[in-house]
Design a protein around this ligand. Structure first.
Ligand code: SF4
Ligand code: FES
Length: 365
């Protein structure tokens, strides 16, 4: 049996080897960090996803060793395979950064700016994209599309106003359940996610559509408006479940479990479980097991320091580095200080990550 050959590909001046057949996006994810393009529709755990949103555009400045001509247009990295000797620009291309700005503007044309009341705020991929590549204002002069919120099933609410038509939930329903009851209805500007003749979604694994939705269009009715994610503390836990892997993330405040979700990886996708399969969770674990006695706690979840959610769980202490800052801004900073050097209000000897639940004034008496 012949082995798959490896191709050399250079992305933002970093060269790696990947098996033939790898997409540019997956190769960039292997490099990691900022080099990996943002994705709003691609989801590595869902077959057929990608190719809808164009947030992952990259510039191919050299096609391959055999044919070094650059590709004439930016390409969707999630749908383009690497070639041997290919050279790709992601963060290092002005054209790409400009295109991402344009795509972000398009995605926001109809998306309401209701982050202050949206349950997805703080973990919304469109919010992150907006901060990284968005403009401060919109040039759109027409009314946004509006829809009434729709109950699709006993535990899921659809806010179609927020949907960016990424198709992920449709793929998730198709691939995780025996039958699919919802999909894209209508065409063009009228296209929307809905259930046919108001059928509800009640399959055991349908709750996973909430986890794959990159925005706040599909929300968990057992958690809606109960808390902001950055006030909750994410904790990894497991239980013995005969339907799913039972490995979840609990979002807690004190001893109260506010929300149960699947665990996510660094790309915001449902992570691989210890059995080697994707860690999709069943509705019972997600919507019904809201008591601590249902779970065996493993410990605090690892959350990226850049995420607003990390504000709520105190892992590590950021010490200002005035010398470094002086080097970057070219003068002595006068506005940074370590609070511990000038005040006894916060006790540096109290290790915040060891306090059960959120810290409050009693911990510092
Ligand atoms: S509801 Fe969410 S997952 Fe489904 S198409 Fe819309 S944005 Fe994508
Ligand atoms: S992530 Fe590639 S087109 Fe959407």
């Amino acid at each position: 049996m012949s082995e798959t050959p490896n191709f050399k590909v250079t992305i933002d001046n970093i060269t790696i080897e990947v098996p033939a057949g790898t997409s540019i996006l997956e190769a960039a994810r292997r490099v990691g960090g900022e080099v990996a393009p943002p994705t709003m529709c691609y989801y590595s755990k869902l077959q057929g996803s990608g190719g809808k949103c164009r947030t992952c555009l990259v510039e191919v400045s050299k096609g391959s060793e055999k044919d070094p001509r650059p590709m004439p247009k930016l390409v969707a990295s999630c749908r383009t395979g690497v070639m041997d000797g290919m050279e790709v620009k992601s963060m290092t291309s002005e054209k790409v950064l400009d295109a991402r700005k344009g795509v972000t503007e398009f995605l926001l044309l109809n998306h309401p700016l209701d982050c202050p009341v949206c349950d997805q705020a703080g973990e919304c991929h469109l919010q992150d994209l907006g901060y990284d590549h968005g403009n401060e204002g919109t040039r759109y002069e027409f009314d946004r599309r509006t829809f009434e919120p729709e109950d699709i099933g006993p535990n899921i609410q659809l806010h179609m106003n927020r949907c960016i038509m990424c198709f992920r939930c449709v793929f998730a329903a198709e691939q995780l359940t025996d039958y699919r009851e919802h999909g894209i209805l209508d065409r063009g500007d009228h296209a929307r996610i809905s259930t046919c003749i108001s059928k509800s979604l009640d399959h055991d694994f349908i709750g996973n559509v909430i986890d794959v939705c990159p925005v706040g269009a599909l929300t968990d009715k057992t958690f809606r408006f109960k808390n902001r994610v950055w006030f909750t503390k994410p904790v990894d836990a497991h239980c013995k479940c005969d339907k799913c892997c039972g490995e979840v993330r609990l979002w807690m405040r004190g001893n109260e479990v506010f929300r149960v979700t699947a665990r996510k990886d660094e790309w915001g996708e449902v992570a691989t479980a210890s059995n080697g399969k994707t860690g999709w969770i069943c509705n019972e674990c997600r919507f019904e097991k809201k008591s601590l006695s249902d779970w065996t706690i493993e410990g605090p979840s690892k959350i990226s320091r850049h995420s607003v959610i990390s504000q709520g769980h105190y892992e590590g202490v950021h010490e200002p580095q005035p010398e470094l800052l002086a080097e970057v801004i070219g003068k002595e900073p006068v506005f940074t200080m370590s609070i511990h050097n000038i005040s006894e209000v916060n006790k540096p000897n109290v290790h915040l990550s060891q306090i059960e639940g959120p810290a409050h004034s009693d911990d510092f008496k």
